[in-house]
Design a protein around this ligand. Structure first.
Ligand code: RB5
Length: 165
């Protein structure tokens, strides 16, 4: 196993068992109806840890169209360039496709803490996409913790990320 992979596993293991990760971030959260309940849970979880959370909707279980909320997230990222967002739909797929249509957004659909960790370290992702119907609450919290506590590594990854724009 490569040193890089071992280091990744150590970081993920350390964070996984740290239940006191303080998330002093300012961030936005959004969802469609499929992600509404998980959005509410994660927003409360983040606020309890000291995060300032802007809720871009939706605000009920009434059926809505995920591209509208992904577009709102894109606008928020445009005016909060150094900040991060979390967006949720049933599978996470719709919001990830839609969010990435904004050139300022690097949205990553993650299903576990390691993918969220790598989305930050290697891809400098600024929007985390989650599928509320595919992952449980604890896994979603792992994804959020990793996404908000991991830093972009730059170097060779910077060259690659710059080619995305
Ligand atoms: C809504 O039913 C569902 O299609 C949506 O939340 C999402 O999973 C689309 O990708």
């Amino acid at each position: 196993m490569s040193h890089d992979k071992i280091a990744t596993l150590h970081i993920v293991a350390a964070n996984k068992f740290n239940t006191n990760i303080m998330i002093k971030n300012t961030l936005a959260i959004a969802s469609d109806h499929g992600g509404f309940e998980l959005k509410q849970i994660l927003a409360q979880y983040l606020r309890e840890q000291g995060a300032e959370v802007t809720d871009l909707g939706t605000h009920s279980l009434e059926s809505v169209d995920y591209p509208d909320y992904a577009a709102e997230m894109g606008k928020w990222i445009e005016s909060n360039a150094d900040k991060k967002g979390i967006i949720i739909c049933g599978s996470g797929i719709g919001v990830s496709i839609a969010a990435n249509r904004n050139p300022r957004v690097r949205a990553a659909l993650c299903h576990d803490g390691l993918s969220a960790n790598l989305a930050r370290r290697h891809n400098d992702a600024n929007v985390l996409c989650l599928g509320a119907r595919l992952i449980g609450i604890e896994t979603a919290k792992d994804c959020v913790n990793q996404f908000l506590s991991s830093e972009f590594e730059g170097g060779r990854h910077k060259t690659r990320v710059e080619k995305l724009s």
